[in-house]
Design a protein around this ligand. Sequence first.
Ligand code: MN
Length: 661
Amino acid sequence: MGPRLKPARNRRATYKASARVRRRAPLPHAADLHTYQMVTNSIADMVSVVGEDEVYRLVNDAWCRETGLKREDVIGRSVTEVLPGSITPERRRALSDCLDHQRPGVLRDVFTRPGGTLRYLETTYAPFAEPVQGVRCAALVTRDVTAEETAAQATQTAHARMLALLDAFPGFMAACDEQHRYTYVNERLARVLGLPAREIVGQLASDVLGEQRFLINLPQVERAWRGEPSMAERQYPDPAGSGDLDLEVHYVAGAPLADGRRSYYVFGIDISDRKQAQQALIAAKEEAERANRAKSRFMSLMSHELRTPMNAILGFGQLLRSDPLHPLTPDQQQYVDEILVGGRHLLTLINDVLDLGRIESGRLAMAMAPVALRPIVEECLALIAPLAQQRPVRLLLPEPDSLQCHVHTDPLRLKQVLLNLLSNAIKYNRRDGDVTVRCVPGREQVELRISDTGVGLTPDQRQRLFVAFERLGSSLEGSGIGLALSRQLMRAMGGEIGVDSELDIGSTFWLRLRAAPSQAGAAPAALDATPVALDALRRHRVLYVEDNEVNALLMRAMLARLPGVQFEHTVSPLQAIEMARAARPDLLLLDIQLPEIDGFELLRRLRTDPAMGHVPAIAVSAGAMPADIERALQAGFAAYLTKPLDLSELLHAVQQHLRGR
Ligand code: MN
């Protein structure tokens, strides 16, 4: 028997020799036979030749090695005799096909090896006629294909795993080639597109998506190919429901295909829930804004309605208290004072409620500025001093030097907070107690401390103190919302308010304000307090348009304090235009809410008359919202007075605008 393996050069040489032999001689020479034998034995695959009688005529070395049989025990014996157990029906059919019908065949078999691993064999059946006797033969070449079979299976398994992975991904995936032909879609996306995945692959995206949907994606794909981040939100019909799916779609440049063409991947994430939550949030916000607008309208209305009767109470009260012609008895004086105190308290409450409502809906505009602290504190202390004397409570003032600083604040609002704290410190003090005001200036912030010597607060009371309408107990009469409003105001000014308290010793309320660099700023323009003497000899015509008769009566009585004023009144704005044309007034006082036309329209019509173009007009209204006032000043009113009217403020404004006329 020849060697099992020969060098490659020798094998090639042998092949050429055999080709020559076939051409030259019908009968093999002994040397040629030897060559054939050597070649056959050098083949690593199992080779056998079976005659038409199914008897082995040739087996090579590899065959003997694999079967463990000796050649002399095999040649001349039949297939069933030699390998009785290994002739499966398939092998028998392949062999008889080859021998009886001269049909070549290929058969792949799998065997279980002793260790349990599998072995794959591939046998080719080649028919031929033996040249000497013309016997039909079959040449069987059996090759071990276990390695390639297991490699193919491994590839298949890996591929199936990857597909399972992609299909399990809770998103939508597609891969396309440069011509926008699908090379892959996962099941989830296929369901959305309404076709089985295998039918989508190979199709053009424009055919699957429709031209329009395809075209809007194109710029995103171009961006991805340029290496830029590429994302878009898209809507697709929800295959599981009736609505739409909101997808966040990412486009990513893919790995080049085998032929070098570009590709891209598309990943979609379902953001329907997020979208719904967003929409719910927007709806809730709109609802809240609607509610706020309704609240705002209600507050504006309520303010107007409450101020109108307050105008009569406070207005006539002020007139009675200071009537030079009919002075009151001391008792009467006290009664009127009580009416005025009660009325003003009520007005404060109304204003506080409105401020609180505005501040809670974020509509309270703050006029923040760096201002000197000292004038503000001193003004508040001066205003509160009478209350302290009446109690009596001692007011211990701060070191004037400690007040020499500036703070960032809205001066009006700071005064409002300070007055609230000071009046509380007096009201909730013991008789002959102290109210101590201290100022602790710092680089970042300035602290104002207002201490009383009252009963102090329990921790529980301290907690509820700054909450609107919390009652602190029957022993404490409270304004109900003063401290709640103070806290909101301080927050809006970027400051803080708080309280330290000890039972039976007293409480200290503190305000922290943002410090501002000291500066020689211009002092705020003070009201011109000097009384303006009117020319008493000249009659000044004042026309008041007001539909409420009580308000008109009050105005008439108030203006009677000004000598030289000739008061005229009408409830009808249309009649007012006639009156103004007939006898030109020197000053117009206009209510805003009027029958027929409102105060704005009345002013506009009066202004169209050249003779009336420059007559000053003052708005007198129960509308006290900053927006009302702003609108009136822009419409050309010279001033805006809110009801309830303050007697001295009214007289001052009327005098100012009549001066020189
Ligand atoms: Mn009115």
